[in-house]
Design a binder for this molecule. Structure first.
Ligand SMILES: Nc1ncnc2c1ncn2[C@@H]1O[C@H](COP(=O)(O)OP(=O)(O)O)[C@@H](O)[C@H]1O
Ligand SMILES: [Mg+2]
Length: 386
């Protein structure tokens, strides 16, 4: 037997080391997720509540994340996974998988292939219950899985104006799975010390489903509906503070302000499939301020990574505030790539420095023998050719 806790034997807190799951409140879950996901508080609140329900044995309610590329959909999924790993009480829920929607259909046979999802879930479940788990242990771990299906928008029933039967197959298959279905899943399980192929009836009722997609055409589609003179809708203006202190007024379209369920149907999402989602959550465009904060503080920021890279060489990398704001501003101009642009922009500044810090004129010796480089606004502007 593996020494780990097997679902559904959930920690009770009785032994003093683990809290009861009810004690880990949605605000606490939210704060933990926020270490890696910034500027998406509304989405994270929905996710935190769903996670709380899921881990306390209630129906979590499925979530659809809709947001432009680079606004944090996959990052949210990754951070749920991080949470399950970092919080010991959540170890029984580590059977989580993030899979792209297109992998769940066989394009040639036009078939939904739920076993591909369950194979991924099984692999994760094995990390909890071990290779020698019984059918019951494995089944229990799998049934409490969190399933994230990414790039769901690529499985619309209409692609480039043409019907996409594969999308319909996927959506119909998924909707049954999300409703709660007994899937006959073939797995190798140890019986009397020998691995045997067994059919395990896996009930998907208690799984938590989170789907995500950029729905790029949706953005244009709703934009056109809204700017149509007869629509009766009006774009909103926002004041944006620049790094140099100036304020710019921008009228920018935000999907979150206008999306209706009918827009998603028109986009090619099957209404019955959409009905399986308790919440359709729109991710926000990331403002310059949020991009700057992501750059400075998020777990996965290219700056934070670079800091760690230089630490190994006993070099402290710092960046001043205006430099960070300048990078964020340039990244923000790249509206269609979101926070991904931070990586590209920051890369232009850091690549040469990472290659050969010792040859850099900005490298300063500290009295204690360590060294230091500060990324100033001036340096950033020069590197970006501004
Ligand atoms: N809201 C966010 N908070 C922190 N980092 C983010 C956020 N959105 C995007 N990023 C960063 O930008 C990159 C792309 O984000 P990702 O979540 O993959 O975007 P998508 O919404 O297209 O799935 C990742 O490296 C991630 O670290
Ligand atoms: Mg993504």
């Amino acid at each position: 037997m593996s020494g780990e806790v097997a679902a559904p034997e959930r920690p009770t807190g009785d032994d003093g080391s683990l809290r009861a799951l009810e004690k880990i409140t949605p605000p606490e879950i939210f704060e933990e997720l926020r270490k890696g996901v910034l500027g998406q508080d509304e989405a994270l609140r929905y996710v935190s509540v769903a996670l709380f329900k899921h881990t306390t044995g209630k129906v979590p309610g499925n979530i659809l994340l809709v947001g432009n590329s680079g606004t944090g959909k996959t990052t949210i999924m990754n951070n749920i996974q991080r949470l399950y790993h970092d919080v010991p009480e959540y170890h029984p829920f580590r059977a989580m998988t993030i899979i792209n929607a297109n992998l769940l259909v066989d394009a040639e046979r036009l078939e939904f292939r739920p076993e591909r999802l369950l194979t991924a879930v099984e692999q994760r479940a094995r990390a909890i219950v071990g290779q020698r788990a019984t059918v019951e242990e494995l089944r229990a771990a799998m049934e409490s899985a969190t399933v994230c299906i990414d790039e769901i928008d690529k499985m619309s029933s209409i692609v480039a104006g043409k019907p996409n039967p594969l999308g319909v197959v996927l959506q119909q298959g998924l909707l049954t799975l999300m409703e709660g279905e007994l899937v006959a899943y073939r797995a190798h399980v140890e019986v009397d010390g020998k691995p045997e192929e067994t059919t395990i009836p896996v009930d998907t009722t208690n799984m938590m489903f989170i789907c995500g997609g950029a729905f790029e055409g949706l953005y244009d589609q709703v934009y056109l509906r809204v700017v149509n003179p007869g629509s009766g809708e009006k774009l909103k203006s926002h004041a944006i503070q620049m790094a140099d202190g100036q304020v710019r007024i921008e009228t920018r379209f935000s999907l979150a302000d206008f999306l209706k369920p009918e827009d998603l149907f028109e986009y090619g999402m099957v209404p019955q499939f959409m009905a399986r989602f308790d919440n359709v959550v729109l991710l926000r465009e990331l403002s310059v301020d949020v991009l700057k904060e992501i750059l400075m503080n998020s777990l996965d920021s290219p700056y934070v990574r670079s800091k760690r890279y230089f630490e190994v060489m006993n070099i402290t990398l710092d960046m001043d505030d205006v430099a960070a704001a300048t990078i964020a501003e340039i990244a923000e101009l790249n509206i269609r790539t979101g926070a991904r642009a931070l990586r590209t922009v920051f890369g232009k500044i850091i690549n040469r420095l990472e290659f050969n810090p010792q040859g850099d004129e900005g490298l300063v010796d500290n009295p204690d023998g360590s060294q230091k480089i500060v990324l100033t606004a001036d340096r950033v502007r020069r590197a970006l050719g501004l």
